[in-house]
Design a protein around this ligand. Structure first.
Ligand code: ITT
Length: 214
């Protein structure tokens, strides 16, 4: 394998994947490098099903090995919402629709803080499910979690999404105040990708049993 497509439309995710995969020594392509664009609707009820759908659709269309991820934030006091709806939380009926004044990330955060106002339980976790798919051959998946708390006011300008309101366990900074390397070290995505790399390195270093050489 010399090329790998990271199939995400999210710039923040792409940046983190590039950094996490840099040690693999392969060419990492993004959807911008692909000649023809396709749309994949994320309409499944679990992270795994959504990630699988993205990986299979992109892999079968472009005919190259693909990594796709479905990720999100689960908040205990909100019945584990936003969950699989994390990217478009502002627009779903649960907790009422939030108007978008600036960008979608800000609208999502605004809604989250509104629903958590006055609530004592601020426990939350980020979830990442990463699927690797090698068209017509095999696929595998890994997952990673990062536990923490949701604070009252956004802080920091690094990262993306819900990072400014998420303080990881054992830290007093938000995820958006951490350097990218530090975020990757403890994040849900970092954990899932490191597991994936370790599995892939085992697969690619194991000689196939029918490769008989004299
Ligand atoms: P793709 O499906 O194209 O990869 P997306 O943004 O729609 O891009 P997801 O469906 O996985 O990606 O949605 C994940 C959402 O969860 C994302 O938009 C953020 O709001 C949030 N999220 C995921 N990982 C995050 C992280 O590391 N930090 C902050 N927010 C995160």
């Amino acid at each position: 394998m010399d090329k790998l497509l990271v199939a995400t439309t999210n710039r923040g995710k792409l940046r983190e994947f590039r950094q996490l995969l840099s040690q693999m020594g392969i060419q990492v392509l993004s959807l911008d490098d692909m000649p023809e664009k396709i749309d994949v609707e994320e309409d499944r009820e679990t992270f795994l099903e959504n990630a699988l759908k993205k990986a299979k659709t992109y892999g079968d269309f472009y005919k190259i090995p693909v990594i796709a991820e479905d990720a999100g934030l689960e908040v205990e006091a909100l019945d584990n919402y936003p969950g699989v709806y994390s990217a478009r939380f502002y627009s779903i009926p649960y907790g009422g629709v939030e108007q978008v004044d600036g960008d979608k990330d800000s609208a999502n955060i605004k809604k989250l803080l509104r629903l958590l106002k006055g609530k004592e339980n601020r426990r939350a976790r980020f979830v990442s499910v990463v699927v690797f798919y090698y068209p017509d051959d095999f696929g595998l998946w890994t997952e990673g979690y990062c536990y923490g708390q949701i604070i009252d006011e956004p802080r920091g300008d690094k990262g993306f999404g819900y990072d400014p309101v998420f303080v990881p366990e054992g830290y007093d900074k938000t995820m958006a105040e951490l350097e990218p390397e530090e975020k990757n070290r403890i994040s849900h995505r970092g954990k899932a990708v490191r597991k994936l790399i370790s599995l892939l390195s085992k697969i690619y270093s194991t000689p196939k049993s029918n490769n008989i050489t004299r």
